[in-house]
Design a binder for this molecule. Sequence first.
Ligand code: NDP
Ligand code: GDR
Length: 372
Amino acid sequence: MKKALITGITGQDGSYLAEFLLAKGYEVHGIKRRSSSFNTQRIDHIFEDPHVPDARLKLHYGDLTDSSNLTRIIEQVQPDEVYNLGAQSHVAVSFESPEYTADVSGLGTLRILEAIRLLGLEKTTRFYQASTSELYGLVQETPQRETTPFYPRSPYAVAKLYSYWMTVNYREAYGMYACNGILFNHESPRRGETFVTRKITRSLCNIALGLEPCLYMGNIDALRDWGHAKDYVRMQWMMLQQDEPDDFVIATGKQYSVRQFIEWSAAELGITLRYEGSGVDEIGIVEKIEGDQAPKLSVGDVILRIDPRYFRPAEVETLLGDPSKAKEKLGWVPEISTHEMCVEMVSEDLRIAKQSALLRAHGYNAALSTEK
Ligand code: NDP
Ligand code: GDR
């Protein structure tokens, strides 16, 4: 039985990758952080009691800032494959905590690579690094491919640039099987609530049901290439199954604006928006309501405002990936379109919002009865 170790198993990608690898028959080890409250919601459904003798999901307490802890876990697990998904992954937060971001998202990668090497596993353990389209930042070529020059625009992106090159360096210096997946944005109903897509779907569902008054946004004209996390974790595994290690861009090859994503999400709720004003004074007003998904809204309600606090000190305005190499060499193509993903996210957030609305109105028992 193959063994995989996932850092960041409690995150969006970690949870999907763990499911994927368990289905492939792997024994899956994950590193989770100690926190004062539970942080395993995304993997609770695949958690197995460690007392069960053949449990294949095993969790270890650890932190990417702690070399001795990482070395001990890797020594104990002796993994065939390590997926380094752990990171302080929020770009805007990285401007607030640049040093911590560098420690986790930059040096954390080095700590894992060095642990593999010092334990003498560099010829047996395969390593996947969660690199990012944020490396392209101020884009030098469109669409972006593996050969496009990097120009990072945030402490997060600079930390990930360090990790990218460390991964290449350990491959070249020590013959390690180490790959960078340069992944463009990917989302899902499990996306963290403060990333833009989830913030939009969650807020609009709450607004439709009267749980929140307004969606406050930053730069809604930013352009992104958004895929589905399920498609992207499949590719992370595929990258480690090749004869030779290599780096790949993973993207859909299609680009939309944040504004478009807002409109798709609103449309799923039967809401048509009209915009007035410009810049930080722009507002989104309900122009039309169809169906019964937004019972608490009326035509004329202002449900979208711009809040300058969500603008970043340096913005990445546009990203569009060219996944040709992944398609040609690995036969990978994304199966879920951006719009289909948006529909799935709204549907899931609407279900959650309905539960919250019921809880607010009637309490616990009423919410449970709608689950059936
Ligand atoms: P998430 O933010 O959802 O998950 C990040 C994971 O890292 C969580 O499990 C988190 O733990 C863990 N983590 C954070 N800090 C530490 C630390 N100090 N030590 C150990 N673990 C830590 O990210 P995604 O799942 O979306 O992304 C996975 C990886 O891919 C990240 O490295 C991200 O930077 C990168 N990436 C993501 C893209 C995307 O669009 N999603 C695109 C390109 C790259 P906890 O749950 O306790 O917070
Ligand atoms: P990003 O994702 O920075 O691309 O990083 P995010 O969803 O945070 O932002 C996308 C774009 O939307 C604009 N935006 C807002 N963003 C947030 N979070 N909140 C807002 O209110 C808002 N308004 C507008 C942003 O300015 C930006 O242009 C993600 C992370 O998952 C990284 O870890 C990963 O490496 C990259 O994707 C690829």
